[in-house]
Design a protein around this ligand. Sequence first.
Ligand code: SF4
Length: 90
Amino acid sequence: MENSRRSFLKTATLLAGVAAVPVSFISREAYAAKVAKAAMQYQDSPKGTASCSSCIQFIPGKSAKADGSCKVVDGSISPKGWCLAYSAKS
Ligand code: SF4
């Protein structure tokens, strides 16, 4: 009885470990990946009144006019830019 419980616990621990590895790997990859500018139709100019500086995804540069970065789109991002993923700050 004790032996089978120990065996069950060993198997359960092993399975949990195997299942956890791919999930953590995928999550890390998903967070690290950004989308190319072209795929999001990024442009260096605003779309109407919408621009990166008022987008929730924008990470400002050293000054208000300096290029920054984006949590979604790869590369240097102009505060005056815009893309399909624009989401206004509330
Ligand atoms: S999601 Fe698009 S609009 Fe928003 S900051 Fe990034 S590039 Fe600019």
